[in-house]
Design a binder for this molecule. Structure first.
Ligand SMILES: [Zn+2]
Length: 140
């Protein structure tokens, strides 16, 4: 025959188990709704983020796309020519996960201006290197 203390302990243990069950069920429901939201995003054409492929960041804040788990189309206005363009989910995935672009950078130039800017930088680099080469030539 159990003492009062043993009975009380048994009741407490049962109550604790019930509380754990409720908590576990709530956790599972949140997980399920997150999963459904994620699937719906992919169905809309968003693209999954692979956090392990991102460039490391010193910031404590987490980019929105990492929290969300997907890249979504991002409209922006080109800072050079003012044209409206959309940065697509696949372009973002390439920028962050393949080119290892900083996770807090976003598209600022349209495709045409990006190409122009790349050519301008390449020309400047070439001119700089040619300048250095000329200076290294022995004076005659
Ligand atoms: Zn532009």
């Amino acid at each position: 025959m159990g003492s009062n203390k043993q009975k009380r302990e048994a009741i407490d243990a049962k109550r604790q188990a019930q509380r754990d069950d409720v908590r576990e069920q709530a956790r599972r429901e949140i997980e399920l709704s997150r999963r459904r939201d994620f699937e719906a995003r992919l169905a809309r054409g968003e693209v999954a983020v692979e956090p392990s492929r991102l460039a490391p960041s010193n910031s404590y804040s987490i980019p929105h796309f990492v929290e969300r788990g997907t890249y979504q189309p991002q409209p922006f206005v080109c800072k050079d020519c003012g044209v409206a363009e959309v940065w697509t989910p696949l372009q973002q995935k390439w920028w962050y996960e393949t080119a290892k672009g900083d996770v807090f950078t976003t598209a600022t130039r349209c495709r045409a201006c990006r190409a122009r800017e790349r050519a301008r930088k390449a020309a400047a680099r070439r001119a700089h290197l040619e300048g250095l080469a000329r200076r290294k030539l022995p004076a005659s």
